[in-house]
Design a protein around this ligand. Structure first.
Ligand code: 3HC
Length: 690
């Protein structure tokens, strides 16, 4: 065995040159890997005793892509494209042996091999679109030549990898290897050597392009189909253009188009934001003050209190990964309804073909319902998901304290209330934590994990890793009203309503937020959530527009009216009733109304979010700025191509953010606009949120 570089070994195994890559954790194509591949192939070509080459990786995965940490640090020779040309032009058969994931540049490397074999659990994909990029090393030109244009379009625009079985069917993999991969791949390589014949390069194949040449309309059909979902993002469109180039241009021209569009994306702000977010998401799982040897508690059974929308969604998360759940309700009808909704949700998913009917039955069988809190005695974690009323929550937690086994974790799904106050009614505040799921809880990726003053490190660690297990991204936050997400949202909401009072109709405010990239605006969001959250019919005095709307039974989408009017399909139209109410309240408050520009609306909705984010950092409620961004992208649909509010502030420049906050502070005299001291200090030093 020879070490070609510190990341690539070369071994001549009876005439097969085995190149073993070892670059933990994911065998990314760092400089040492590229250099090793280039030199390894050259060595194999020069050695007459070598008849074929096998590329194989150590560790948990095949190459998972280019090394993202190298992006932006200038080109380090050799560049990936020239390495791949060497593979493509080799005179001896090269086989890629794939396990784990072959992603991005990893799959592009495999596409420059003459053959690909994989273990059944492997996944292959071009996920560059998720980094605001496109495959820049020939992936867009080679993949359609192997799997066909439609499949390639689907893979590059969604970034979703395919399984080894799908890859085999599509011709992307030549054999699925049972048993030891290296042994099986070596045998496969020897077979190919024995077969002999001319080596077929993917770049020379044209057959799979033919159908798209005859039906060029498929490109526009796809554009239309994904328009809403990819609104505002450049990368999906650029990926489509590259595949179009593969169909319309000769291979070398197509490569030039790919290269040009790749560079455009790579130097643009969207990819910078999406690359930033890739690391932000991974950073969120790192808790600096958690001792390394903190023990994780076992979670084998979960209790959920409340079978409403949140409780049901939370239960589904658990049973989706095989954790049995007991749901406790107060009334039999409510419990029955809740369980029926869960079954209906699963049946809908099965109808769409995403799970089987057997999965539906298996998941429903893992859920048991009860009207007795005592049934939760053997649960390792109990999550309370009843309505937002401190007295009710305290009552539940004090009863639960007498029921749950010692050491069980007691969690509240509150979206705003004080976890410390809840913990104080128990004799085990160290076991109490907030687990704030976002609605719909079985869909939304975010979990805000709220640590109380006394929550133990074990409980924090267990909840962070449970989040991973149920495929959520967890962000650890501290206690304050609304935690990170809702606290910041209150500020945007307040400003949205102020804008409506000053003359911007709700639908204009919403359109500005939608065009910025949010899935919906502030008023649509309120209507969806229900305007009666925190509203009480008995005590309502019509003090706000919202109160008055609720009094008129316009309580949002569920009652067919709120800030908007809704048709039977819940399509909104601007409501004269709501607009008149804003005008009436403005007149009472002596506010003179005017036309407001879209620029002002955007600024006045977003700047307070940034300012509140800065205060949250100053108070230590969030560990780092990027955690706030993760909360916003995964919890509230902040467009990831803008990185999140804190990244967006950095991209605007904190000096500019500060100047605009000061402008509104002076203009209104309202301390709502007072810049956070933390932001002032950073901006004055010329610094950024980091
Ligand atoms: N470059 C550098 N570091 C990477 C990386 C990459 N391509 N992919 C993952 N890592 C790092 C992560 O940052 C993380 O580091 P940390 O432990 O210090 O936080 C570590 O590897 C492990 O990653 P995960 O926590 O994500 O581990 P998982 O096991 O959950 O997932 C994975 C593994 C599926 C490979 C996932 O990391 C992933 O999706 N990676 C990105 C894949 C990708 O986007 N590839 C395309 C890159 S762009 C490209 O190739 C351009 C080309 O066309 C020219």
């Amino acid at each position: 065995m020879v070490q070609v570089t510190s990341m690539v070994d070369y071994e001549n195994v009876d005439g097969v040159a085995v190149l073993t890559l070892d670059n933990p954790p994911v065998n990314a194509l760092s400089q040492g890997v590229r250099q090793g591949l280039l030199e390894g192939v050259a060595r194999a070509e020069a050695d007459d005793t070598v008849k074929g080459v096998l590329i194989h990786c150590k560790g948990g995965t095949f190459i998972a892509g280019a090394d993202i940490t190298e992006f932006g640090s200038g080109p380090l020779e050799p560049d990936l494209r020239s390495v791949l040309v060497a593979l493509d032009n080799a005179g001896k058969p090269i086989v890629a042996a794939i396990h784990g994931t072959a992603l991005g540049g990893g799959l592009e490397t495999a596409l420059c091999c003459h053959y690909r074999v994989a273990v059944a659990s492997a996944k292959l994909g071009l996920p560059e679109v998720n980094l605001g990029l496109l495959p820049g090393a020939g992936g867009t030109q080679r993949l359609p030549r192997v799997v066909g244009v439609e499949k390639a379009l689907q893979m590059v625009t969604t970034g979703v990898p395919v399984s080894a079985t799908e890859a085999l069917e599509a011709g992307l993999v030549d054999r699925v290897i049972e048993g030891d991969l290296r042994t099986g791949a070596l045998a496969f390589t020897r077979e190919k050597i024995a077969q002999g014949g001319t080596l077929l390069r993917i770049r020379d194949r044209e057959d799979k392009l033919q159908s798209a040449r005859e039906h060029p309309e498929i490109f526009d059909q796809l554009r239309k189909a994904i328009a809403r979902k990819t609104r505002g993002f450049l990368a999906p469109e650029y990926n489509i253009r590259c595949i179009e180039a593969a169909v319309k241009q000769p291979f070398d021209e197509g490569m030039k188009t790919e290269s040009k569009l790749f560079k455009e994306l790579m130097t643009g702000p969207q990819s910078a934001a999406q690359q930033y977010f890739f690391f932000a998401e991974r950073q969120a799982g790192k808790i600096p003050d958690l001792p390394k040897d903190t023990v994780e508690l076992p979670i084998a059974r979960v209790g959920v209190i409340g079978s409403g929308t949140m409780g049901g969604g939370i239960a589904m998360n658990m049973v989706n990964v095989g954790i049995p759940v007991t749901i406790v309700e107060v009334k039999a009808e409510a419990l029955e309804r809740g369980l029926a909704v869960i079954r209906k949700n699963y049946e809908n998913t099965a109808r769409k073909g995403r799970i089987s009917q057997a999965d539906v039955e298996q998941r429903c069988a893992l859920i048991s319902g009860s009207l007795d809190l005592n049934e939760l005695a053997d649960c390792d974690l109990v999550i309370e998901a009843v309505f937002e009323d401190m007295a009710v929550k305290k009552d539940i937690f004090s009863r639960l304290d007498g029921i749950a086994r010692p050491g069980a974790i007691l969690a509240s799904n509150t979206s705003a209330l004080d976890i410390n106050e809840i913990a104080a009614v128990t004799k085990r505040p160290e076991s109490v934590i907030g687990l704030h799921f976002f609605s719909p809880a079985n869909v939304m990726k975010l979990l805000e994990v709220v640590r109380g003053a006394k929550t133990s490190p074990e409980v924090i660690k267990t909840c962070m890793s449970l989040a991973k297990r149920i495929r959520k991204t967890a962000v650890l936050v501290g206690v304050c009203h609304g935690f990170v997400g809702n606290r910041i949202l209150f500020y945007r909401q307040r400003q949205a309503e102020q804008l409506a009072l000053e003359g911007a109709p709700p639908h204009q405010v919403d359109k500005v937020l939608y065009d910025f990239g949010f899935p919906m605006g502030a008023f649509q969001m309120s209507d969806l959530a229900g305007l009666d959250i925190g509203w009480n019919a008995k005590t309502s005095r019509g003090a706000t527009v919202k109160d008055r709307l609720c009094e008129m039974d316009r309580r949002g989408q569920k009652t067919g009216a709120g800030f908007y009017d809704y048709d039977e399909n819940r399509n909104p139209t601007p409501s004269p009733v709501a607009e008149e109410l804003f005008a009436e309240f403005a007149a009472k408050a002596g506010i003179s109304r005017r036309e407001i520009t879209d620029e002002e609306i955007l600024e006045r909705c977003v700047l307070p979010m940034i300012n509140e984010g800065a205060k949250i950092l100053d108070e230590g409620i969030a560990i780092r700025a990027s955690d706030i961004d993760v909360v916003y992208v995964y919890g509230y649909g902040w467009p990831v191509h803008r990185g999140g509010p804190m990244h967006y502030a950095n991209s605007l420049g904190l000096d500019k953010v500060l100047a605009r906050l000061r402008h509104y502070h002076e203009l209104t005299g309202d301390d709502f606009w007072k810049p956070s001291q933390y932001l002032v200090a950073l901006a004055e030093k010329g610094d950024r949120f980091s």
